[in-house]
Design a protein around this ligand. Structure first.
Ligand SMILES: *Cc1c(COP(=O)(O)O)cnc(C)c1O
Length: 368
């Protein structure tokens, strides 16, 4: 691999395939696999990731918003795309681009039917989302009769799946809660199934659900973070490979005397002679200010360099007093060895937040 000469995210598609194969090995051959590619495929690159996964044989995609689904269609993605959190203002566009809405409340169900009818649709594929304990989005069990009366009043839509979302599938201290969610979903889905004239797909598991609750895989599973290389547990992380490596370079090296300060608001005052390196990456690139003041670190020539002082918009300064390095050398912010999960943990955050925060101004490069 050529050394980075600017800030970039290197995305390893071989590792993506490895993660996909590992997750597939956890499900039955006839269980469908939905890849969650929302938020630029968790901060990597939605289009390249979706194209790759489509070629590996993924069954379905999901995004959060309509705009994200439109970008996939523009790039030629042909697989079905579930939009998890569509807003009625975009329903017409959603239909034009053959995206499939999650309908999660009486209001969105009614508004979707209205638009589907005005667009002369019949049996337009929709997904009904139930709340089983996350208390975020979803119908409640006692909404079923309302849903059925709306469905029976129109030919415009067809329920292709019924689903819910687990609140704590990665947290083994919450097993009882998760089991209750699984049971609740089984009850709700059986009840609505009885009233429909066909069998919609049922799905409930996210990545940690796939790994921890094999009895709940049902007809399809939905994986995001696992595809990108994180298993939300030390044990599962061993089997997965982070696909993204955030790299940068040393722009300039400074020699700082005892008592001199570094960066805005003089947040770092040097206790002794130090060497610092300035790197072209800051909070506008997704590296939160909380990583300053020694909380975060980068890796240079396999050694840790703490981030000193305040994180600037476009730069950070790191302490390289103990590291043999020079201007132009490559720097690893996170990757396979020094993981995004470990770095995020330094500020009480999680891999999801750090990897999805990497801004669109950072170049993405792909390796095989
Ligand atoms: C984001 C999301 C997922 C993916 O969760 P991971 O933990 O990343 O696997 C699955 N389902 C829904 C409804 C989501 O919002």
């Amino acid at each position: 691999m050529p050394k980075a000469q600017e800030t970039l995210v290197e995305i390893n598609l071989t590792d993506l395939k490895h993660n996909f194969d590992y997750l597939k090995s956890k499900i039955k051959p006839d269980t469908k696999f939905l890849a969650v590619v929302k938020a630029f495929a968790y901060g990597s690159d939605a289009i390249k990731i979706a194209q790759s996964l489509e070629s590996y044989g993924v069954d379905y995609f999901a995004v959060a918003y309509v705009k994200e689904g439109v970008a996939l269609r523009d790039a030629g993605i042909k697989s079905p795309i579930l939009v998890l959190h569509p807003q009625p203002v975009n329903f017409k566009l959603l239909i034009e681009r053959c995206l499939e809405p999650s309908l999660y409340s009486a209001k969105v169900l009614k508004e979707f039917i209205k638009i589907a009818e005005s667009e002369n649709q019949t049996n337009y594929p929709v997904h009904i989302k139930f709340n089983t304990g996350l208390n975020r989005l979803g119908f409640w069990e006692n909404d079923i009769s309302h849903i059925m009366s709306e469905l029976n009043s129109t030919q415009s839509i067809k329920v292709v799946s019924v689903f819910s979302h687990l609140a704590a599938s990665e947290d083994l201290d919450e097993k009882d809660f998760t089991h209750a969610q699984i049971e609740s979903f089984q009850k709700i889905s059986a009840e609505i199934n009885d009233q429909l004239d066909h069998d919609p797909m049922l799905h409930l598991c996210n990545t940690s659900g796939i790994l921890n609750y094999p009895q709940a895989h049902l007809d399809m599973v939905r994986s995001g973070i696992g595809l990108y290389g994180f298993g939300n547990s030390i044990k599962e992380n061993e089997f997965l490979r982070p696909i993204a490596t955030l790299k940068t370079v040393i722009s300039q090296i400074h020699k700082i005397e005892k008592g001199e300060s570094v960066g805005y608001n003089r947040a770092f005052i040097s206790p002794n002679f130090k060497k610092t390196a300035t790197l072209p990456l800051g909070h506008a690139d997704g590296l939160a200010r909380q990583y300053g003041h020694g909380n975060g670190f980068v890796t240079i020539n396999n050694q840790k360099a703490p981030i000193i002082g305040n994180v600037c918009m476009d730069m950070i300064m790191v302490d390289i007093s103990h590291i043999d390095c020079k201007e132009g050398d490559e720097v690893i912010v996170f990757g396979a060895q020094s993981s995004a999960e470990d770095l995020a943990a330094r500020i009480n955050s999680i891999s999801y937040e750090l990897i999805t925060a990497i801004s669109q101004r950072v170049k993405r490069v792909f390796v095989n």
